[in-house]
Every structure is written in structure tokens, then in C-alpha cells.
Design a protein around this ligand. Structure first.
Ligand code: NDP
Length: 298
């Protein structure tokens, strides 16, 4: 994708890149005659989750996907939720299944996510897909890190952006969750050939690593962890965090300070977030393609 269409000065506009990606998926879907089906299960009435699920449905329908949403009460049992997942596991018109997180505390999140058959995993959270990613085998990737990796690859592919040659350079990922931090580190390592450090809440002298990062990914969900003054001049800074402060959405970092030093950075909102939904649709499309190629009738 032409960087002129989605890189705005120093700002990596995920919102624009996500639009281009969605348009690409729409065209490919129409060309292949596929009708990818995305099923989303929402348990409880968490307000933010309701908004996320509505956004996913809208995005899926815009691409001509089949969208199925199941809303279950907060007191749904583990068995009942697994039974709902199983219905989609065996439904041939469904190619991507997603259980919206977080789940109510009485449910075992890990077991629930593993109840989705790996072929229909839309989020890339199934152990089989996580294991494939770690082993460097093609897999359904977790949407947020996959979206970030795509942004960096697209930037690196643009010869006009010299700071974007990332091969062998130092990437520092702050955060080690299974959803963002760890898979992000894997993708930077295997997909972009970077030298990767993963930091977390027990890391000694975090700022030492931050100061050496050519690519810095903040995925802590905590503001004030990274001292923006320590960011290396010319670094590429990716802010995954999402916070609502005084009604405004903002990231982990103070971008006004990052802006002066970074060669590129992702704004919040409009950076990483929109890429996450686009990658979810991409995963569903890719699952549908794989299932068709394999003649899978689940
Ligand atoms: P988790 O809470 O699961 O993980 C946070 C990580 O940050 C942990 O590994 C934790 O370390 C680390 N951490 C916390 N405090 C510190 C500290 N003081 N110093 C160093 N490391 C620290 O969160 P997620 O990975 O699920 O998400 C991270 C953020 O990204 C959240 O704000 C979330 O809202 C956002 N997010 C945004 C998405 C988007 O589309 N924009 C999608 C997904 C998430 P430890 O393991 O030691 O506890």
C-alpha cells in the first residue's frame, strides 16, 4: 500500500491503512466468490464490549461477510458457552469465531478460547496458532500485533522512508501478554528480522532498554511507565495502550513529547486500534480461503 496514502508526516495512520486493507479484502472476497462468516459471542453487558462487538459487525457487513452475533447473559455457565461455540465449530457457513473478552470472572477464559476449533480461530488465541507462530509456521495471527507488523512491513517496503529499514535493529516490546506483547515480539523477530527485547513489570531499569530501542512498542495499558524523554532520537514508536481520560481516548504515551524525537509513531486514536479490526476480518477471510482450499466441511 502506497505510504503516501496512509503515512502522514511522522504519523502512522492505522485508520487509513486499515481502510485500504479492508477495501483489498472486499475486492478479493468478491473476486473469489467467498462469503466469509464471522461469529461473535458476547457474554454479559460490559458497555465497552458492546461497542467493540457492534464495530466488528458493522465492519464485517461492509465487506459483504456474513455476520452472526450471539449475546448471552452474564450468568451464562461454562458448559452453555462451550455449547454455543460448538454450534459455530460445526457450522460450515462460519469461518471465524470470536469470543469477546473480557469474560465474566466465573468463566475460564483459557478453556473457552481453546473450545474454538483452530481452523476457525479469528483472534489467533488458540494454542495451535500460538505454537505455530512461535515455530515460524503460517498461522492465524493475533490481530493487534499482526496489524502492527503489517504497518512496519509496509513502511519498510517504502524505500522513501530510510528509517524504516528494520532488519537487525533493536525492537523493545514493553508488555508480555499472550494477546499483544509475546506475539508482537515473535513477529518482530521472525517476520521483520529484528533483535528483540521483551520487558515487563519485573524488568530492572526499563528506561535503559527504552533508550536503546529503534522500534519501541508500548503495550502495558499503564500510563507513566515509559519516560518519553528517554526515547531514542529517530525511533519508531508504537502505542498500543487505550485509555479514556476526561472522555478522550489516549494511549500509554504522551505523544507531544514523542513527536519531537520519533521518526514515526502511531497516534491514539487512529493508529493501532483500527488495524486490529481489519486484521480480524483478514483472519476470517483467510480462514475461509484455507477451508475452501482444503475442502473442509466442519
Ligand atoms: P495485559 O494487562 O494483559 O498486559 C500488560 C503487560 O504490561 C504485562 O505484561 C505487564 O507486565 C506489563 N506492565 C504493566 N505494568 C508495567 C510496568 N510498570 N513496567 C513494565 N511493564 C509493565 O494487557 P494487554 O497486553 O491485553 O493490553 C495492553 C494494552 O493494550 C491495554 O491498554 C489494552 O487496552 C490495549 N490494547 C489495545 C488494543 C488495540 O486494538 N488498540 C488491542 C489489545 C489491547 P507483567 O506481565 O509483569 O504483569
Amino acid at each position: 500500500f502506497d505510504p503516501a496514502l496512509w503515512v502522514d508526516g511522522k504519523r502512522l495512520m492505522g485508520k487509513k491503512l486499515a481502510e485500504l486493507l479492508r477495501q483489498h479484502i472486499k475486492e478479493e472476497t468478491a473476486k473469489t466468490g467467498l462469503k466469509p462468516g464471522l461469529a461473535v459471542i458476547l457474554v454479559g453487558d460490559d458497555a465497552a464490549s458492546q461497542i467493540y462487538v457492534a464495530g466488528k459487525e458493522k465492519a464485517a457487513l461492509e465487506l459483504g461477510f456474513d455476520s452472526r452475533i450471539v449475546r448471552l447473559p452474564a450468568n451464562t455457565t461454562q458448559e452453555a458457552l462451550v455449547a454455543e461455540i460448538h454450534k459455530f465449530n460445526v457450522d460450515a457457513s462460519v469461518h471465524g469465531i470470536l469470543v469477546q473478552l473480557p469474560l465474566p470472572a466465573h468463566l475460564n477464559e483459557s478453556q473457552i478460547l481453546q473450545a474454538i476449533v483452530a481452523e476457525k480461530d479469528a483472534d489467533g488465541f488458540h494454542y495451535l496458532n500460538q505454537g505455530k507462530l512461535a515455530a515460524g509456521i503460517a498461522a492465524t495471527l493475533p490481530c493487534t500485533p499482526a496489524g502492527i507488523a503489517l504497518m512496519l512491513r509496509e513502511l519498510a517496503a517504502a524505500k522513501s522512508h530510510p528509517a524504516a529499514d528494520l532488519t537487525g535493529r533493536h525492537a523493545v516490546v514493553v508488555g508480555r501478554s499472550n494477546i499483544v506483547g509475546k506475539p508482537m515480539a515473535q513477529l518482530l523477530l521472525s517476520g521483520l528480522n529484528m533483535t528483540v527485547t521483551i520487558c515487563h513489570s519485573k524488568t530492572h531499569n526499563l528506561q535503559r532498554f527504552v533508550a536503546d530501542a529503534d522500534v519501541l512498542v508500548s503495550a502495558t495499558g499503564v500510563r507513566g511507565v515509559i519516560d518519553e524523554k528517554m526515547v531514542k532520537a529517530g525511533a519508531i514508536v508504537i502505542d498500543v495502550g487505550m485509555h479514556r481520560i476526561d472522555g478522550k481516548v489516549t494511549g500509554d504515551l504522551i505523544m507531544s513529547e514523542i513527536e519531537n524525537k520519533a521518526s514515526y509513531y502511531t497516534p491514539v486514536p487512529g493508529g493501532v486500534g483500527p488495524m486490529t479490526i481489519a486484521m480480524l476480518l483478514f483472519n476470517t477471510y483467510q480462514n475461509a480461503q484455507r477451508m475452501r482450499a482444503a475442502g473442509t466441511r466442519l
